[in-house]
Design a protein around this ligand. Sequence first.
Ligand code: FES
Length: 616
Amino acid sequence: MAGDAVVASSCGGAGTCGKCKAIITAGKVDSEPSSKLSSEEKQNNYILLCRSTIVSDTVEITIPAESRRAALQDSQRERKILASQIKSARSFEHRLPKFDLNPITKNIDLELSPPSLSDNTSDVQRIKKQLKENGVTGSQVDLELIKELALKVREADWNPQAVVMEKKGLNPQIINVKAKKSNIFGFAIDVGTTTIVAELIDLTSGKIHGRASAYNGQIICGDDVISRIVYASKPGGLESIQALVVETMNGLINELLKIHKVEAEDVAFVTAAGNTTMAHLLLGIPPKFIREEPYIPTASYFPIIKAKEIGIKLPYARLYVFPSMASYVGGDIVSGLLATSVPDSEKLTLFIDVGTNGEMVLGNEEWLLACACSAGPAFEGGGVKDGMRATQGAIELVRVNRQTFEPTIMTIGRTNPIGVCGSGLIDGIAELFLSGAIGPNGKYNLELGAKNIVSRDGENQYILCSGEDSETGKDIVMTEIDIDNLMRAKGAVFSGMMTLLDSVSLSVNDIEEVLIAGAFGNYLDIDKTIMIGLLPDLPRDKFTFVGNGSLLGARLALLSGEMMEKAESIASKLTYMDLSSTPKFMDMYMSALFLPHTDLSLFPSVQEKLKSSLLS
Ligand code: FES
């Protein structure tokens, strides 16, 4: 199954990420030369899998630890509770919207009078008539279901159960007629670029029966949306990349149905929220123009379809895909805003989701302004010498001794370190900056004579973990290029936020609440993100971690027709600001390429910490 992919392939086989290393232990392969392999690795028979062809009958390979993509459950770690988070993190329960349990699909038990020679109405008319008596007028039924009806109503001895979908603006649809009565279920699905999470929910009680997650099978086509678009644009690419995501979804659906002993026939509805590219790929819509100026998606609103039309193995369920706002502000953000009631808030709120793209929405009940910036892969451990995803073996926490500059590290799963993930990198840079080992320009201070700061391969590096203690047998380091990549990423996000504020003549201090969404946000240490200048320097109690707002919004839309309508009104209410055509963005970006920023007055708490750190 695609979700079980074991070898990392961040660039989707373009040969540029160097993550798909393997060691040939027997047999022969032809490999293209690559600068991603060190001379030592070449001598030790390392190859890049995506640049190699097998030429002998058999080969034996070993996948080194740093190339393995850990099983997903390893990454589903509990949010680490750091002291700074205890101070700052607030539950977002208070933000959840109030709604009535009123899904758009319902079971309606029918008691039809059997036909006779004097009552010769057709089966369909008989059902429609009784639905009308139940308040469902003008219902429609398609040919496919009509073909099954005669047998089903007779098998039910004229007491079948109709499953009806009623959505404002559409005629009611009879989506199934069941011979046996049963409960009605739905799936809420977050279609993430990296991970897909599905919840099986009873639509009558609102009870969540279970949740399952897996890597999005498309991950073998590259880690980010751009690689996926490139892949989909190749001949046959769209069909195969769509099949990969559907396969992952089917795996999760099947797993949950089995565990909870629910029949696929009893699932009436699926809501799916994902970014604009994910929505296009799921529905098989060519995404090509999302990445070409002027970055236009084919559609922002999608019709409700039969889930099986795209290969989802639910014979009667309908599929609703969340509306997007723009090419880089998608249904996942709309869903997150729905879940956190930002469009109903009196407070000026900054909603931020950081990944390979930084997506931000600023606003309140009156207006919502959105933008997206390309942060690059650094926050997810990409484009970083020893970077890796936040899975087992990733260094996630770094403390630096202020006298010796030696690190104390902690890994996910508390195993030997394999690499460093985005939150570990932020932690490390913040600690080294605070200790004076890194200057505001992101360069190491070589004059300190710290033994962990070394010059190797023409660049300065900080050794986070020596080869003796690492799983890979190699030193795990943070290079100046890594720091530079992270500074660019945080600079893009911070300047995106500043550009939004500037466009409405507001300042950082006007922000009353900051909501941090997305998987990466869960693991951030607020103090450290402020220290490096990623998030604004505001009182810590203004920050709230939202977690998977996309899944939560999908759940709300599954359980309430009103919430579904609200999602649509949020998408239409958002105003999108294209940063690439906003001249001020570039100025702001240049100013943000320092730790924490060229304008230190924007970061008073960092100034204080630096002062007391220097005094200590
Ligand atoms: S270099 Fe092989 S997948 Fe990126």
